[in-house]
Design a protein around this ligand. Structure first.
Ligand code: 6PG
Length: 256
């Protein structure tokens, strides 16, 4: 996903943003299954995707080809799956426990294990499930107020890793984590970056209007297959160089 600038779309509310995320994810799922018989997606952590997960659950068992889906996570904290900080836990309770997805299609990062071992095992699981090198159809991502994405934090050596999955020590709790690297993220067919909230506006502007930099891991989420969905408050810092239009619901804004 590296290279040309990403597409950026701005929405007046988080509800409208989540509805567009459902539309995009559903469309990419149908394309992927039609093209190669499977839809492999990685879910992000954090709380932003909760509304998306709830809409997907409410859409019912027929909304997605659940018998052709493989679900991964782009990162996980070193906590058990029932911990309140578990990225798996949020997706499971809000969505995956409420749809007909076989357990073998749920590829949980085992947060309860040793992060270095878990990272190595997860990389093997990705290659075994998706081929080598593994190409996900969709990686869902969020952005922190410091510009981190997945669990790739500013200036972390993991940003230069050749591997696909690594263990990191985050500057915020929970500190021990397992994360996709940019190499795996940028090999995906589609990236969908969901960001809401005024407190993210500076990080969004730095990511979309500054040069790619280790100071802003999200600034490496670029390329024609990356779509950023922002609510108006998260987009408030943009100076128009990265979007052609702003504000109208879902008005397509193509980066310059
Ligand atoms: C994590 C996430 C992280 C998250 C951002 C945004 O495990 O923390 O993967 O990258 O997406 O921190 O989090 P919110 O959606 O909670 O703002």
């Amino acid at each position: 996903m590296s290279g040309a600038a990403p597409r950026v779309r701005v929405f007046p509310t988080t509800a409208a943003l989540a509805q567009e995320a459902v539309r995009s994810l559903t469309s990419w799922a149908q394309q992927a299954v039609g093209d190669h018989g499977r839809f492999a997606l990685a879910l992000s952590g954090g709380k932003t995707p909760a509304t998306l997960y709830e809409l997907l659950a409410a859409a019912g068992p027929g909304a997605l080809p659940y018998d052709r889906i493989e679900v991964f996570w782009s990162d996980e904290r070193a906590v058990p799956p029932d911990h309140r900080e578990s990225n798996y836990g949020l997706a499971w309770s809000a969505w995956l426990s409420r749809v007909p997805l076989e357990a073998r299609r749920l590829h949980r990062i085992r947060g309860e294990g040793d992060p270095e071992t878990v990272a190595a095992d997860y990389e093997i699981e990705l290659r075994h499930t998706l081929g080598d090198p593994p190409h996900l159809d969709l990686v869902l991502l969020g952005v922190g107020r410091d510009g981190h994405t997945a669990s790739l934090f500013p200036h972390d050596p993991a940003l230069r890793a050749d591997r696909l999955v690594v263990a990191v020590s985050a500057p915020v709790s929970p500190r021990r984590r397992v994360t996709f690297t940019l190499r795996l993220i940028n090999a995906a067919r589609h990236g969908l970056v969901l960001v809401t909230g005024r407190h993210k506006a500076a990080a969004v502007r730095r990511a979309l209007e500054g040069p790619p930099s280790p100071a802003s891991p999200a600034s490496w989420l670029r390329g024609p297959h990356v779509v950023w969905l922002l609510d108006k408050t998260a987009a408030a810092g943009l100076r128009g160089r990265s979007i052609a239009a702003r504000g109208a619901e879902g008005k397509r804004a193509v980066s310059d």
